[in-house]
Design a binder for this molecule. Structure first.
Ligand code: G3H
Ligand code: 13P
Ligand code: ZN
Length: 315
């Protein structure tokens, strides 16, 4: 069942965070739904601009509609990840997305506000909720390239003003994470001090943490052993998710970890079966392994086991 993130955030706030997982194809979708249904967790399925053009946006929408039928117990929101203004309008008009992210974090504060406000007005008129970003993560996104050294953390005073002036429904904050598999050169440092200040300025308001893959070292080692070259890959310690949730983070974005599962499964499979060239055997292993990964991640987020409680409120 597709719901808005607003409903999910109201129920989760301060208690647990909801996993927001990116998808690009049918195997990721099936693994994601299976893992979330098995762990009885609500989730957010996110589609980036790159994912929308990988095959075609209608292909992904059709896959999700099919998964919704195959897994009637799934409760999820469909979200545009890192949209520009045009992509947001396209998703709002489509009637399929329950939530969009406008990412104008690379613009000036006032321009970010102006763009976000236009998207909020268009989205709310159609019952779609909006996430926006303030501050800049390190790493590389589709249309935003930021050197890690120049990454700007979210200013708590600005965060309050931004939310008040835009009417946005949730805010992605930069608190030390970055996208991709190479997040920290030294020890990881999530800035809980900054997060706590933001929460004080915006009590009860849902915050979002991007760049939250944990880049499991066991996964990296297996990939490298099977011919990969991911030297120095490092991620966020997922034992810190629950602390982030207590400080107002209700949505935690995870994409890279899923790509690592895909890479490990396919590298190992073809190393062990050099004579094989069929895509289905490793595809099946991937779907099972991804479901396992998702179920485990939902435990760490605290979202596992929440479906019965959520169902009471959706009636
Ligand atoms: O934050 C970006 C997400 O990981 C999506 O990545 O733009 O390569 O689809 P993508
Ligand atoms: P990761 O690269 O850490 O998985 O972050 C994903 C993300 O923030 C998607 O918006
Ligand atoms: Zn992101």
């Amino acid at each position: 069942m597709i719901v808005t993130t607003k409903k999910l955030f109201d129920l989760a706030y301060g208690k647990y965070a909801i996993g927001a997982y990116n998808i690009n194809n049918v195997e990721q979708t099936m693994g994601l739904f299976r893992g979330c249904v098995e762990s009885e967790a609500p989730f957010i399925i996110q589609i980036s601009k790159g994912a929308r053009s990988y095959t075609d946006k209608f292909v992904l929408e059709s896959i999700i509609r099919a998964a919704d039928v195959i897994f009637p117990d799934a409760i999820f929101a469909v979200h545009l990840d890192h949209g520009d203004e045009q992509a947001c309008y396209d998703c709002i008009e489509s009637g399929f997305y329950s939530s969009v992210m406008i990412d104008a974090s690379h613009e000036t504060f006032d321009e970010n506000i102006a763009i976000t406000k236009r998207v909020v007005d268009a989205a709310h008129a159609k019952g779609v909720v909006v996430e926006s970003e303030l501050g800049q993560l390190g790493g590389v996104e589709e249309h935003v390239a930021v050197d890690e050294a120049d990454a700007k953390l979210t200013d708590p005073d600005q965060a309050k003003e931004f939310v008040e002036r835009t009417g946005v429904d949730s805010l992605a904050c930069a608190i030390g994470t970055s996208h991709g598999a190479f997040k920290f050169s030294g020890t990881q440092a999530l800035r809980f001090d900054v997060l706590s200040e933001i929460q004080k300025h915006l009590p009860g308001f849902p915050l979002v943490m991007h760049g939250s893959s944990s880049v499991p070292q066991e996964e990296v080692e297996r990939i490298n052993k099977a011919g990969g070259k991911l030297m120095g890959a490092k991620g966020v310690d997922d034992r810190q998710f629950k602390r982030a949730a207590e400080l107002g983070v209700t949505k935690i974005n995870i994409d890279t970890d899923g790509r690592l599962v895909w890479t490990r499964v396919h590298r190992e499979y073809f190393l062990e079966h050099p004579e094989n060239f069929d895509l289905r055997p490793p595809g099946k292993v991937f779907m099972a392994e991804y479901a396992k990964f998702i179920a485990d991640k939902n435990q760490k987020l605290g979202s596992a086991g929440q479906i019965p409680e959520i169902k009471k409120f959706l009636k």
